[in-house]
Write a protein that binds this ligand. Sequence first.
Ligand SMILES: [Zn+2]
Length: 428
Amino acid sequence: MDARQEKGLQIAATTKLVGEDNMWLVPSQAGKGKYVVDAYAKQCTCPDFEARQATCKHIFAVEYTIRREYTDDGETQTVTQTVTVKKTYKQEWPAYNAAQVNEKDQFQKLLHDLCKGIGEPSQKMGRPRLPFDDIIFSACFKVYSTVSGRRFMSDLRDAKAKGHISQLPCYNSIFNYFEDEALTPYLQMLIEESSLPLTAIESDFAVDSSGFSTCRFVQWVQAKHHNPKLLEARDWVKVHLICGVKTNVVTAVEISDRFAGDSPFFKGLVDTTAQNFVMQEVSADKAYLSAANLQTVVDHKAMPYIPFKINSAAQYGQGKGKRQTEDKKGKWKRKSALWRQMYHYYEYNQSWFMQQYHKRSNVETTFHMIKSKFGDSLRSKTKTAQSKTKTAQINEALCKVLCHNICCLIQSMFELNIKPEFWATEVL
Ligand SMILES: [Zn+2]
């Protein structure tokens, strides 16, 4: 048994792992959030796997857990490993099981609580429709359920019986609601609102982007890095998000077309998050490196962890002449000083920098959670105009993010004893 196997066994013995089918969440041993392990593909989102492309301790931990669960009664169990783990650990499963068993009910309750706070936008003339909160509830619940028409309608009738919606929409009209651009800002607002119960938990954040396509067989990473033709050939929606590294909750999101650069979205995401959270760290990959982005994080009294490119030393200007021309712009002087400061700081504290920077992998975990649970493709079939199809795709992508956030809250209710309440200041 090698060191990774041994550590995997320790993790399996001491931690309750959350997972279903092939997707498992394994907490980082250094307390830096969670990694996603794909049990079938034997892949992990941790830096160790990324570097070696070989079985890491998290994959071993999942394998031990799966093996063990087949002989488990699902309630309480005792794991004794005399060879490597000399202690006997007693593990409590009820909390995790309760989260899974009750997820659908909890999901509807939380979604309803969120929707009832949004109010009614001014009705457009002529087109009678359902109350706005019913529309958003139905659209999100459809994305969450991932089941086909008839089964979803019985879920929706159930939701009406429980009082989560006031009227039952017909199945086809749910898809028409996705085409309504009025939905987009409300979905973004709900994503933000749904992150607020975790303000006391999250202080470190990570930023990244990923694409959702209309074709389920084309994957973003494949298209972006290996086959740019796929970017041209398919419809894509690019989701830019920032998430908390402990619970993977998304605190702000922006949508763009497929070719938009990542860096310009950084400031908006960080600023929105700073309105609700006390930020300590923000990490992002080198695509986000700019003096302005570093400054944005520092302005919020947080520490940026964005790696410098190999040629960064030259970029900040070694010749005095170059720096002086920048100084003429006034603002550049300050940015340039921060840039230099950061560059040297990272250079002299590299191993420490890497430790903190590894929290960034949690944003990849977040995308992985969203895509594996709610699908990485978007519906493309609509008989209407191109612009409406695009709106429908944007809204569907936002619904996936909102569904993810609600699931993060449910997990936090059971793991961290959080009691989510929304619209705190609005309700008297
Ligand atoms: Zn791993």
